[in-house]
Design a protein around this ligand. Structure first.
Ligand code: TRP
Length: 448
C-alpha cells in the first residue's frame, strides 16, 4: 500500500539553507520512494494570513516553486500545486470550520502567543488578531484532509496543527461518516536528525532572526554569509570543540559520515576557523552549485513554471473534486434532482429514499453502496482506482437501462459490459433474495 505524504510551504519568504535541510531535501528524497504518493504544495492562502504585500507573495511563490523543481522534485511522480489553484480547499475549510470547536482553536500556539503578547502590553487580547490567524489550523486541516494524507512532514512548531487536523477530521467522521471513515487521520512526521539547522548566530536558522544562509544566492553571497558564522575565539592551532560549534553542526547536515569524522578530527587538531569556513563553503557549493543553475534558468521562464503548477493543480483536483462531492453529500448539501424526480407514484416513492453512497476504502480505492429505502445495503460496488470510474458505473446503473442481474447462491451481482460492478450481501433465504432483487429494480427504475 502506498503512503500519501503531504506538506505545504507558506509562501512568504525566500527559501534558505535551513528550509532546505529541514524540509525540502527530506521531502524530495521521500517523494522518490516507490511507496510514496507525495503531495507538496505552496500554501499561498496561508501566506495571506501573515503578509499583506502582494509583490512579496508573488515573488515568494515563484521562488519556492523554482526551488523545489531545481532541487529535483519530479512532478510526474509527486503532485505539486498551489493551494490557491484548488477551490475545493477553501470550500472544505468551511465544512470543517462548522465542526471545529472554538475552544480547540483558542489553544493554538500561534493565536495564544498573540493574545499573551497583547495582554502583557495591556492591549485588548485580540488586538491585531485576524480571523485568518485564528482559523489558520482549520485551513491547514483542509489542506491535509482534502487528500487523505497519512503522513505530514512538518517542523516541530506545526505538530499541534496536525493534531488539530486529526481532531477536526475525527469529529467530522463521527458526525457525518455514518460509521465510515470519510477522512484518513493524519500523523505528523519530524525528521529527527536535522530537523532544525542552526543559523549564523547559533540560534535556529530563521528569517525572523536574520541569521540565514541563502540557498540560491550567488556564490559570493554564500561565502559572505558563511564568513558571518559566529565561532568562539580560539586561535589557529588551538583544539576546537566540534560538538560545541554550530559551524560543525551545519557541516554535519550536508556531509557523509566519513567527511564528518575527518572534519571533526581536523577541528580537534586545531584547524583555523577561517579554514573551517572554507571547508563548509566548498561542501555547500558542491551540494548546491548545479541546482543554482537550474534555479536561475527556471526563474527566467515564469510562464513555464505557471504551466507546471497548473498541471499539478489539475492532477490534484482529479481527487479533490469528486471527494468534495462526497463530503457535500455527507453533510446534506445534496442535489434536489433525485427527490424532485421521484415525487410521484407509490413505486417512485419507494425509489425516492433508495440512494447511492460513495466512499473511499481504506486502501484508497473508490466504491459506492446502493441502499434501499430502509437503508439496507443492496449492492456494494467493486473497488475502482479512481473516483471517475466509480462515478461512471454508478451513473450507468441509474441510467434506466435494463439491468444485468446474475444470481449466485443466495446473492446476486450486477453486470455492466461483461464485468461485475457490484455484488449484494448473502441473503438468508431465496425469498429474501427475490425480494431484494425486486427492491433493486425499484431503486434503479427509470424515472420520468
Ligand atoms: N503551516 C505550515 C507552515 O507554516 C504550512 C502548511 C500549510 C502546511 N498547510 C499545510 C504544512 C498542510 C503541512 C500540511 O510550515
Amino acid at each position: 500500500m502506498t503512503t500519501r505524504i503531504l506538506t505545504g510551504i507558506t509562501t512568504t519568504g525566500t527559501p534558505h539553507l535551513g528550509n532546505y535541510a529541514g524540509a525540502i531535501r527530506p521531502a524530495i528524497v521521500a517523494s522518490r520512494s516507490p511507496e510514496a504518493d507525495s503531495f507538496y504544495f505552496l500554501a499561498d492562502y496561508h501566506a495571506l494570513i501573515k503578509c499583506d504585500d502582494p509583490a512579496r507573495i508573488q515573488r515568494s511563490r515563484l521562488e519556492i516553486a523554482a526551488t523545489w523543481l531545481a532541487l529535483g522534485l519530479d512532478v510526474n511522480k509527486a503532485t505539486f500545486y498551489r493551494q490557491s489553484d484548488i477551490p475545493e480547499i477553501p470550500e472544505l475549510c468551511w465544512l470543517l470550520t462548522c465542526v471545529a470547536g472554538k475552544g480547540l482553536l483558542n489553544r493554538a500556539h500561534a493565536y495564544k502567543a498573540s493574545v499573551d503578547k497583547n495582554v502583557e502590553q495591556g492591549e485588548d487580547p485580540d488586538a491585531g488578531v485576524t480571523m485568518g490567524l485564528f482559523s489558520y489550523p482549520v485551513l491547514m486541516a483542509a489542506d491535509i484532509l482534502m487528500f487523505n494524507a497519512h503522513k505530514v512532514p512538518v517542523g516541530r512548531d506545526q505538530i499541534q496543527h496536525v493534531e488539530m487536523a486529526r481532531d477536526i477530521g475525527q469529529r467530522f467522521n463521527h458526525l457525518f461518516g455514518a460509521g465510515k471513515e470519510l477522512f484518513t487521520l493524519p500523523e505528523a512526521v519530524i525528521e529527527e536528525e536535522v530537523a532544525t539547522l542552526p543559523g549564523l548566530d547559533g540560534r535556529k536558522m530563521s528569517k525572523s532572526y536574520d541569521n540565514t544562509i541563502p540557498l540560491f544566492g550567488t556564490a559570493k553571497q554564500l561565502k559572505d554569509a558563511i564568513a558571518r558564522i559566529v565561532t568562539d575565539s580560539k586561535l589557529p592551532g588551538e583544539p576546537k570543540d566540534a560538538d560545541g560549534s554550530h559551524l560543525f553542526t551545519l557541516y554535519q547536515a550536508f556531509a557523509s559520515q566519513a567527511q564528518q569524522a575527518e572534519f571533526r578530527a581536523e577541528l580537534e587538531g586545531g584547524l583555523a576557523w577561517g579554514e573551517a569556513k572554507n571547508r563548509l563553503y566548498q561542501l555547500l557549493e558542491g551540494e548546491l552549485g548545479e541546482a543554482r543553475e537550474r534555479y536561475n534558468a527556471l526563474i527566467a521562464k515564469p510562464a513555464d513554471l505557471e504551466d507546471i503548477l497548473l498541471a499539478g493543480a489539475a492532477k490534484a483536483r482529479k481527487i479533490a473534486t469528486p471527494f468534495l462531492g462526497e463530503l457535500r453529500e455527507a453533510v446534506g448539501l445534496r442535489s434536489f434532482r433525485e427527490q424532485v424526480q421521484v415525487a410521484g407514484s407509490e413505486k417512485k416513492k419507494a425509489a425516492k429514499s433508495a440512494r447511492i453512497v460513495s466512499f473511499r476504502d481504506d486502501d484508497g480505492s473508490f466504491r459506492f453502496r446502493l441502499l434501499d429505502a430502509a437503508g439496507e445495503q443492496l449492492l456494494l460496488s467493486k473497488a475502482f482506482t479512481d473516483g471517475k470510474g466509480a462515478g461512471q458505473a454508478s451513473k450507468a446503473l441509474q441510467s434506466g437501462a435494463e439491468l444485468d442481474v446474475r444470481v449466485e447462491g443466495l446473492a446476486f451481482s450486477v453486470w455492466l459490459a461483461d464485468e461485475a460492478i457490484g455484488a449484494s450481501p448473502a441473503f438468508a433465504d431465496a425469498a429474501a433474495l427475490d425480494a431484494a432483487i425486486v427492491r433493486l429494480h425499484e431503486a434503479l427504475a427509470p424515472q420520468e
